[in-house]
Design a protein around this ligand. Structure first.
Ligand code: NOJ
Length: 559
């Protein structure tokens, strides 16, 4: 297998709005990130992924971009960005930008021009269609509730928006659009950024003729993405992007690809395909979704057997052909310790370490989302007005108020479990007011758990989750097998323990985790092997066959 720096990398994701406010306006900013570069460096991360920091009216917290070459005023200036990039590079940290080019903001000048008249030179940058018998042009749904089409008075046509109506979809079939995107990518790469995380990049090529989705009435919004994802020309466009831009720089790329199968991922990231380096797949994130049509809105618990099935399928299908990203958390997902682990005071630390270990010893590039390294938990606001995320608010409005499908109380339980705002409450730095995030009024309330769960506590406790993650990152740089080894699952039907092996030449790893809050007894071959030694564990000692609540261990041996 060819080796590349981005395979050995550890990515730390910063959601700038919620990371650190430096000027008291209640919103995180670039100077705030600068204050914590050493914190990220000391954790052992090597790349920082910044969620969008471009000019934006913030309908979707920066995923609606009005100028790709300007910095959002809330976050600072281009000078602040240049300073951040220089300082990060001086410390050996790379910067990966978010590239949001499936859609722009409706306040981007291309769209403002486009909507003016049918003859405008930017008209064809977007999808404009006539109504069909008084209805929208087709039955596609927006990811953020309602139809994916918005009627526009000026020209009497509808435009397509797979996300909010302030996020019109760009028409990638227009070569001028592609050229604009390639130019703006070069603008950032020439500044010295080290790569891109590409927002919903597998939605950029729409099916010819924009046909109705035959399953639209049956599916939840998220499932409806499968009809619009992985369109007919997506690989042509990514290969063109690679040839014209990416191949000229030595960068990291990761495409966000809802509804991508392992076969799709091999096409996007195959070592010989010249498209992307890796994708964010969603299968493991959909395992606790509702079976009754409400998609992500549920309080279901994940089934360990299903989780093993999905993770292992991705591990083995891509091995030797393409490359995995490894993630539990990001700005769209609830906190993993509350979701797959146990966030009670008794088990939070143990289960957070267990989940971290389970993921980081798989094959792929690991992503750590801000706060994951201190075991931040989901937030439970009682009042819907305390939520800021438009997906959450639109869903509440549609499911509870419009369609009256479930009670407000039930929906709040789902929101507590699944809302994106679980990830977006401010970073918890210390136990002072607003968790040390801001001197002002935070744009979203701080999770009250900050008094116990914060960076300052973690740094003072040698047994903290933070130091456990740091240790994992150190081991990654010492053992090639962690990065490059192949993967095999043990006991797929065991619904309490998740165990797997990794192997690279003579190097072997054996990983076992107890997914329950009770002691389980398991006997593994490795226990009888004189040569094996414990590399990492979330307990102080090793009882071998007795696996204590959420116990997680890695053994190493050579053979
Ligand atoms: C995926 C991003 O991660 C999410 O936060 C955003 O709302 C949508 N894409 C639309 O850009």
């Amino acid at each position: 297998m060819q080796r590349h720096w981005w395979q050995e990398a550890v990515v730390y994701q910063v959601y700038p709005r919620s990371f650190q406010d430096s000027n008291g306006d209640g919103i995180g900013d670039l100077q705030g990130i600068i204050q914590h570069l050493d914190y990220i460096k000391n954790l052992g991360a090597t790349v920082i992924w910044l969620n969008p920091i471009y000019a934006s009216p913030n309908d979707d917290n920066g995923y609606d971009i009005s100028d790709y070459r300007k910095i959002m005023t809330d976050f600072g200036t281009m000078e602040d960005f240049d300073q951040l990039l220089t300082l990060a590079h001086e410390k050996g940290l790379k910067i990966m930008m978010d590239l949001v080019v499936n859609h722009t903001s409706d306040e981007h000048h291309w769209f403002m021009e486009s909507r003016k008249s049918k003859k405008n030179k930017y008209r064809d940058y977007y999808f404009w269609r006539d109504s069909k018998n008084g209805n929208p042009p087709n039955n596609w749904k927006s990811n953020f509730s309602g139809s994916a089409w918005q009627f526009d008075e000026t020209t009497g046509q509808y435009y397509l928006h797979l996300f909010s109506k302030k996020q019109p979809d760009l028409n990638w079939d227009n070569s001028l659009v592609r050229q604009e995107v390639f130019d703006l990518m070069k603008f950032w790469l020439d500044k010295g950024v080290d790569g891109f995380r590409m927002d919903v990049i597998n939605l950029i090529s729409k099916k010819q003729g924009l046909p109705d989705d035959p399953n639209a009435s049956k599916t939840a919004v998220e499932d409806a993405m499968s009809w619009v994802a992985n369109g007919p020309k997506v690989h042509d466009y990514l290969q063109e992007m690679n040839q014209k831009v990416l191949s000229k720089y030595n960068v990291i790329t990761v495409g966000e690809t809802p509804s991508a199968s392992t076969q799709d991922a091999i096409k996007y990231t195959g070592f010989d395909r010249h498209e992307l380096e890796m994708v964010f797949q969603f299968e493991h994130m959909g395992l606790d979704w509702s079976q009754s049509g409400l998609g992500k809105w549920s309080t279901n618990k994940v089934s360990l057997i299903e989780l093993k099935g999905v993770m292992s399928r991705w591990q083995t299908a891509l091995n030797g052909k393409a490359w995995n990203s490894l993630y539990w958390n990001n700005h769209d997902q609830p906190r993993i310790v509350s979701r797959f682990g146990n966030d009670s005071s008794k088990y939070r630390v143990l289960s957070a370490k267990m989940l971290g270990l389970l993921l980081h010893f798989m094959q792929g590039t690991p992503y750590i989302y801000q706060g994951e390294e201190i075991g931040m938990t989901n937030v439970h606001f009682d009042n819907i007005a305390d939520y800021k995320d438009l997906e959450t608010l639109n869903a509440y409005h549609e499911i509870v108020e419009d369609k009256k499908q479930i009670s407000a109380q039930q929906m709040m339980a789902y929101i507590h479990h699944s809302s994106r705002d679980n990830a977006r409450t401010p970073m918890q730095w210390d136990a002072t007011k607003n968790a040390g995030f801001t001197d002002g009024n935070p744009w979203i309330k701080v999770n009250p758990a900050y008094k116990q769960i914060n960076v300052s506590e973690a740094l003072n406790d040698p047994n903290s989750i933070y130091y456990f993650y740091k240790k994992m990152n150190e081991l990654r740089s010492q053992y090639d097998v962690i990065v490059y080894g192949n993967y095999s699952l043990l006991d797929p039907k065991d619904n309490e323990a998740f165990a797997y092996e990794r192997q690279l030449d003579q190097q072997h790893l054996f990983i076992v985790t107890n997914f329950t809050s009770h002691v389980i007894k398991r006997n593994y071959k490795v226990y009888n092997d004189q040569k094996s030694r414990l590399l990492l564990s979330n307990y102080d000692d090793d009882l071998k066959r007795d696996l204590r609540p959420y116990e997680a261990k890695v053994y190493y041996y050579e053979e």
